[in-house]
Ligand binder design. Structure first.
Ligand code: NAD
Length: 426
């Protein structure tokens, strides 16, 4: 694969490099960021197709920053290791030096990382989430002109805020037939009044914890986003009618946040009222209703606030509407700390062939620029990607999507596609 070299990219060499220029982003006490003109951004290349899509993203983001700001702003990219490459070079999949660098830099970006099955290896993605308390997974889903399975994809433009640290993610499981399951069952029947008919001897039990603190900080992040970006229609979802102590509580806590001084008068909750200037409306929607609505009238929603499991279903359905996860960016965001990433996996079946679609990580790069406050550069990436679709050029998966719809399209390699995007930035 062609290697795209740039003087502001510092690949890993024995250790994460100290770049000749650039400064670290500063995390202020109130958790806002002070972003210098030349921020140092660590990147994790990723496994599988990572070495192909990550340079493609860097190429596009560099072009956008340069064409938008000239010499006045520049990202200084420093490679840090995780996954297969880290194991090969340093003998561990998530080295401490990577964690230290990510902490110092505050904001970073990563390609997909695999979790070897059956080797007792823990997921690096989960470890990163825990290390930086990335409590909100943010996935904007919007259509840019790519082939899709639905006739009117322009109606999809929604940002899913999925809670990342609570619910079944933090849950504990007791498998049927184990001593632990037996103990928990006995406790529930003897001490907690559970009926034996609901807990026969062969039950397996999953505990689903949900906390007020974790819910509220996540909801605040989503409501702030809705207000700052004038996204009027906000839904909080859950099966509160069935799981009252958890998903019902999640919904109730969301409405309590709407009453906090920061949001009172700005977040309206009367389902019949229309939000005015500077206002957004928060309503509750049962999860299964939301799944139906996303298909039948997706334009009804701008922001969806979900706990962990529902957020998983909803974000994947929304992504499918606009062509799949390959077209969706993602940000893991905590109190200031943020790590942007592609939403798909390592795609080993196509790795090394130069045909991977780099859009998920490239749009994540644009999302990162927005997070830094460099909105014009991000917009220039969105506009350029749209133009590639108008001109019917893309990686083979994109071209064949068009061809299936009877539309002629040109297939190019991953890096060629990055160059096609960059050449359309003006
Ligand atoms: P996958 O996304 O890697 O692959 C599913 C299918 O989609 C494959 O046919 C693949 O070729 C195709 N595909 C995926 N991304 C593509 C792209 N950019 N362009 C063209 N085609 C693409 O999913 P999987 O096979 O379930 O997972 C493989 C590995 O990735 C697993 O180890 C899993 O844990 C990991 N994973 C990591 C992340 C992450 O780092 N955030 C996310 C999901 C899966």
């Amino acid at each position: 694969m062609e290697n795209l070299k740039a003087d502001n990219v510092y690949p890993w060499e024995g250790k994460a490099q100290t770049p000749a220029e650039g400064e670290f982003i500063r995390l202020n006490e109130d958790k806002t960021l002070s972003v210098p003109d030349k921020p140092i951004i660590p990147y994790i290349e990723g496994d599988g197709i990572g070495p192909e899509i990550t340079p493609a993203m860097i190429h596009v983001v560099n072009a956008a920053v340069e064409k938008t700001y000239g010499d006045s702003k520049k990202i200084i990219w420093v490679e840090v290791l995780a996954g297969d490459k880290a194991e090969e070079k340093l003998g561990e999949r998530l080295p401490q030096e990577t964690l230290d660098f990510l902490k110092e830099a505050v904001v970073g970006i990563k390609g997909p990382l695999g979790t070897p099955v059956g080797k007792g290896v823990k997921s690096i993605n989960s470890a990163l989430r825990r290390a930086f308390d990335f409590y909100s997974a943010v996935r904007p889903v919007y259509w840019m002109g790519q082939p899709t399975p639905i006739p009117d994809p322009q109606r999809v433009d929604v940002v899913v805020f999925r809670e990342n640290t609570d619910d079944v993610y933090a849950g504990i499981e007791f498998f049927s037939g184990t001593e632990e399951a037996k103990k928990v069952r006995e406790f529930l029947i003897k001490e907690m009044g559970a009926k034996e008919s609901g807990f026969p001897e062969d039950v397996g039990i999953t505990v689903k914890p949900m906390s007020e603190f974790k819910t509220k900080r996540h909801v605040r992040k989503a409501l702030r986003y809705a207000l700052e970006n004038n996204r009027k229609n906000v839904a909080v979802i859950g099966k509160g009618n069935i799981m009252k102590a958890t998903e019902g509580a999640f919904i109730n806590w969301a409405f309590e946040v709407a009453e906090e001084p920061e949001f009172k008068g700005k977040v309206i909750t009367d389902p019949e009222a229309e939000p005015g200037d500077g206002q957004v409306k928060l309503v509750k929607v049962i999860t299964d209703q939301m799944l139906m609505q996303l298909v039948l009238r997706p334009d009804a929603w701008d922001v969806i606030i979900a706990e962990n499991l529902n957020g998983d279903y909803v974000s994947d359905l929304a992504a499918a509407l606009i062509g799949g996860p390959g077209f969706v960016p993602s940000g893991n965001i905590g109190d200031g700390y943020a790590l942007f990433e592609s939403t798909h996996g390592t795609a080993w079946d196509i790795a090394g062939k130069g045909i991977a679609n780099p859009l998920s990580i490239t749009l994540s790069g644009a999302m990162m620029l927005e997070y830094l406050g460099w909105k014009e550069a991000a917009q220039n990436i969105y506009d350029a990607v749209r133009k590639t679709f108008e001109d019917r050029v893309g990686t083979p998966d994109i071209a064949s999507g068009f061809q299936k719809q009877g539309i002629e399209a040109k297939a190019v390699s991953t890096i060629e596609y990055a160059k096609e995007i960059a050449s359309r930035i003006n």
